[in-house]
Design a protein around this ligand. Structure first.
Ligand SMILES: Nc1ncnc2c1ncn2[C@@H]1O[C@H](COP(=O)(O)OP(=O)(O)O)[C@@H](O)[C@H]1O
Ligand SMILES: [Mg+2]
Length: 361
């Protein structure tokens, strides 16, 4: 369906230097394929999507859609835009139009559809994303998940053959990630061809028939998600997908900003989509710090999360002590019970530096 050959996109930076946001990228995507695109920030993921629908044409290289060269002078560009829908992180709904009007607008204005017909179509698309009930609502009254589903309905109303998603989950309230994922999953089931840029590794793994790993403008690996996430062919891919995310703090004095630490832990959980573990992590950190609060010795605390295995641990190193803070004489037994209940398992290790406790969450 789409064949990209040797796509390169050069940007000229403010200092006049040339910079390849995409470097010799080639692939073929067949109908009904779902491709998840992962890679570090700045890898060229958004550039790839913008280049494909010619919002930002490539500097060199070719894009064939159903065998036709999209850069040929007589290629009907407006048709390409109609065939390739785009959904962004930011929903970009028109605030003064109702949900229904937002969805009906493009069929009316771009396709010249009579208003009533466009509204019937819009209603059908809203039902598809389970928002029929909200047709008359104004966007500002909707949750972030409902707004993103409206944006998807608006895209569907143009009857696209391909949808390009650029981080569709990243501006959502964490509790609403699931509903948007379900809508995208339903589209996949119906055979929609989709390219989905996402930082959510589990989603990238589960939704796709193929995964691209981009880095530094290059398509480093194009593989099935099972291979790419488990036994990738390139060491760079392995390093990226296995990356353990870590948030660490050194508590060296009583002047430590405890509240800021808690906020950072919350942000970390939201960022890596582990909000269901957030309360346990926060409680363990809080209760443990209370148990150790009479001690003057430094404490190192780290939250580790593997995006690949979805395992999360809280690692607490109590420096300069030889007895676990959970086993000290006179310890608050109730606090210890609470802490044990918050974890799947606790490992205690005596190190040269002190006692290290690892809580599996
Ligand atoms: N319009 C532009 N002008 C100059 N540089 C750009 C432009 N768009 C993107 N870039 C640069 O291209 C690189 C890739 O950007 P982008 O595709 O947005 O990355 P990603 O989506 O993977 O985070 C980045 O270094 C970015 O700064
Ligand atoms: Mg991007």
């Amino acid at each position: 369906m789409i064949t990209a050959s040797h796509l390169t996109k050069i940007y000229t930076q403010p200092d006049g230097k040339q910079f390849a946001a995409l470097n010799d990228v080639s692939f073929h995507i067949g109908r009904s394929e779902v491709v998840s695109i992962i890679g570090p920030s700045g890898a060229g993921k958004s550039t790839l999507l913008r280049t494909l629908n010619l919002l930002d044409p490539p500097t060199s290289g070719q894009i064939l859609v159903d065998g036709q060269d999209t850069q040929a002078p007589d290629y009907p560009l407006h048709l390409l835009r109609k065939r390739m829908g785009m959904v962004f992180s930011q929903f970009n709904l028109f605030p003064r139009l109702s949900v229904l009007e937002n969805v009906a607008l493009a069929p009316c204005k771009v396709l010249g559809m009579p208003k009533q017909q466009a509204e019937e179509l819009a209603m059908e698309m809203l039902d598809k994303v389970s928002l029929g009930e909200k047709a008359q609502a104004m966007p500002s009254t909707l949750s972030s998940g409902q707004q993103q589903r409206t944006a998807i309905a608006r895209c569907l109303a143009m009857r696209p053959e391909i949808i390009l998603f650029d981080e569709p989950l990243s501006a959502l309230d964490p509790t609403m990630v699931g509903e948007v994922q379900s809508v995208i999953r339903n589209l996949a089931r119906e055979g929609m061809t989709m390219l989905i840029v996402t930082h959510n590794m589990k989603f990238a793994h589960d939704i796709a028939t193929r995964t691209f790993f981009l880095r530094g403008g290059e398509l480093v690996e194009d593989n099935t998600p099972v291979i790419l996430f488990n036994t990738p062919q390139h060491p760079e891919t392995l390093a990226f997908v296995q990356q353990i995310r870590q948030l660490a703090f050194d508590i060296e004095s009583r002047h430590f900003d405890f509240y800021d630490m808690m906020s950072q832990i919350r942000k970390f959980c939201i960022r890596y989509d582990i909000t269901e573990k957030m309360n346990n992590i926060l409680h363990i950190a809080e209760e443990m710090l209370l148990l150790m609060s009479d001690s003057r010795t430094p404490i190192h605390i780290a939250i580790n999360h593997s995006e690949l295995s979805t395992d999360t641990t809280v690692d607490i190193l109590h420096k300069g002590v030889t007895v676990s803070p959970l086993e000290r004489p006179g310890v608050d037994e109730l606090a210890v019970m609470i802490i044990r209940g918050m974890s799947h398992g606790i490992q205690t290790e005596t190190t040269d530096e002190g006692i290290r406790l690892t809580f599996a969450i």
